[in-house]
Design a protein around this ligand. Structure first.
Ligand SMILES: Cc1cc2nc3c(=O)[nH]c(=O)nc-3n(C[C@H](O)[C@H](O)[C@H](O)COP(=O)(O)OP(=O)(O)OC[C@H]3O[C@@H](n4cnc5c(N)ncnc54)[C@H](O)[C@@H]3O)c2cc1C
Ligand code: SF4
Length: 512
């Protein structure tokens, strides 16, 4: 009888601090990693995402072997159907006293693993994911104290708990908790956007790219552009580059949209934090240090840290608190089928086409593209919530349900009725014009409401307000907009609504 344990490491748990690996005993325990079909095909993942995860997994495997661990690795070509099958195959080969896993990020997998103990007649130890800075229980305890949840209070608590951007007396550095007001500048080509550093691919990554190209021919993603870090060292170099080159302008242009750049001054680190190549607290501390070293303004550092220490943790708390019901919420009863051009980017709306095309090709879109261009369009057009969420889960390289779902269903589509955000992020073409320079290249005009050449966002925006007037009535933050609509002449309203239907018919392909 042996007390050897089977330690399962998932593709998004490649952290050096993975709790399942913490007490792993080289020479006694066996680490199992598997590139399985079920995880690779449950949505039409962007090829960049599959390549990133498989390449990072294979590098992590080699790292663990280098540290003396026995790693049984199943590569995609071996055709293992699911994680469950991989475990089953291992248990047929040897006896293990227990299966040890860090809790998975997705409800679907967590529910499946809850059955494993009886299914395999073995102890299954599912450990808290210590890479998150607020555990699910801690979040629930915090949330129990509020009638409605708001990120800002959660964020302040996290700043205090981890001593980030805090004075010795516990007050926030600079006297304010939040510098969002200073971080909203639109883009008019004010400064040059630095070129991103290229990454050299080794043989492991090149093999994975060839495999993914061949095994996933119908998926989005142009792998000739693959430029993601696949090791901890490379991911750290990307973060270092951001702190040197991007951070100083991050805050100012955080909400901007640019024709010239898919990423502007954003960090491009979400994918690395999400799969364990970077640790969230260390990322925040490095950015705080960059501010102390005078490499950026406080507003930039605070703006960034709020996203990681605040939003990222809050989003995860929301996911686990409200799943599985959360996934089925559809507050505005949005059910229009997703247009086929979401998979090609072929629309003559310039902002949308650019955001869709870069997303499909690179697996990346920055926050404002996801929220105010694509998400806003989906909200205004009443696109089917489930289809939109599945699309977001598929196309982004950093997409995992725990983070994708509350962001899409809650923040972008307001389908949870306000559990995530205090008002819908709905906006007309004027917002997009203010934030960026797409409109100058567009066949539509944000200044026109109806008629040929009118920006589709405009009439759709008012149609959305008109349709959901009653549902939005109780929301104090929407009062001004609702009154503006109510005050309009009836003939005006009819013309706008008529035009919006025409837009839906012609642009989305269904006016029903
Ligand atoms: C509709 C929609 C869907 C999204 N889907 C995902 C997703 O699948 N995966 C994902 O990681 N993020 C998602 N986000 C959040 C955010 O857009 C991305 O984290 C960000 O664009 C990643 O690019 P970046 O690393 O350059 O981020 P930066 O703009 O440089 O921000 C820094 C970091 O803050 C964190 N962050 C910022 N905003 C959020 C947020 N709202 N939620 C969680 N973390 C945040 C990320 O770790 C990010 O790397 C989504 C947002 C929206 C509106
Ligand atoms: S005019 Fe409208 S559709 Fe065209 S780029 Fe501007 S906001 Fe987008």
């Amino acid at each position: 009888m042996t007390d050897a344990r089977l330690i399962l490491v998932l593709g998004d748990q490649l952290s050096l601090h993975n709790p399942a690996l913490k007490n792993a005993r080289p020479g006694i325990d066996t680490v199992v990693m598997a590139e399985v079909r079920e995880e690779a095909v449950y949505v039409r993942h962007n090829r960049h995402k599959i390549a990133l995860i498989f390449a990072a997994m294979r590098h992590f495997r080699d790292h663990l072997r280098g540290a003396g661990h026995r790693v049984n690795y199943y590569d995609y070509g071996q055709g293992v159907e699911s994680l469950e099958r991989a475990v089953e195959a291992e248990l047929a080969l040897a006896h293990y006293s227990a299966i040890v896993i860090c809790e998975p990020g997705e409800y679907r997998l967590r529910a499946a693993m809850a059955e494993w103990s009886s299914r395999f007649e073995t102890d299954v130890d599912i450990l808290d994911d210590s890479r998150f800075l607020c555990s699910i229980e801690e979040f629930n305890r915090w949330a129990d104290g509020y009638k409605s949840l708001r990120m800002e209070y959660f964020y302040r608590g996290m700043r205090k708990r981890y001593g980030v951007l805090l004075e010795a007396d516990g007050e926030p550095c600079g006297g304010k908790w939040n510098y969002d007001q200073e971080n909203r500048k639109g883009w008019r080509n004010q400064v040059a956007v630095p070129a991103r550093p290229g990454l050299v691919q080794d043989a492991i990554t090149a093999d994975v790219i060839a495999l993914v190209d061949q095994a996933f021919p119908a998926n989005p993603g142009k792998l000739e552009h693959f430029n993601y870090a696949v090791t901890h060292e490379q991911a750290q170099q990307q973060l270092d580059w951001f702190c040197e080159q991007g951070l100083a302008n991050f805050g100012t242009y955080q909400d901007a949209l640019a024709e010239e750049s898919p990423w502007m001054f954003h960090s491009l680190v979400s994918m690395y934090i999400n799969i364990g190549l970077l640790e969230p607290l260390a990322v925040c501390q490095q950015v705080e240090q960059a501010w102390h070293d005078g490499r950026c303004e406080l507003a930039a550092a605070e703006g960034f840290i709020r996203q990681v220490l605040g939003w990222r943790e809050y989003i995860r708390g929301i996911y686990w608190r409200f799943m599985p019901d959360y996934k089925h919420k559809n507050h505005f009863d949005a059910r229009r089928p997703l247009p086929e051009w979401f998979w090609t980017g072929d629309t003559d709306m310039r902002c949308l086409s650019q955001a869709l095309k870069q997303t499909l090709e690179l697996g990346y879109g920055h926050h404002i593209q996801r929220l105010m261009v694509i998400g806003n369009f989906a909200l205004l057009a009443g696109l089917d919530v489930e289809e939109v969420c599945d699309w977001y889960l598929a196309v982004y390289v950093d997409a995992f349900e725990w983070v994708e779902l509350p962001n899409t269903l809650g923040m972008a589509l307001h389908a949870d009725g306000g559990m995530m955000a205090s008002k819908p992020y709905a906006a007309s073409g004027k917002y997009i014009q203010k934030q960026g320079n797409h409109c100058t290249q567009c066949r539509y005009s944000p200044a026109k409401m109806t008629g040929d050449g009118a920006c589709p966002y405009n009439a759709l925006y008012w149609r959305f307000i008109d349709r959901h007037l009653i549902a939005l009535e109780g929301n104090g933050r929407m009062g001004l907009v609702l009154n503006n609509w109510k005050k309009r002449a009836e003939a005006d309203k009819t013309a706008i609504l008529h035009w919006a239907d025409k837009v839906l018919d012609e642009v989305v392909g269904d006016a029903a």
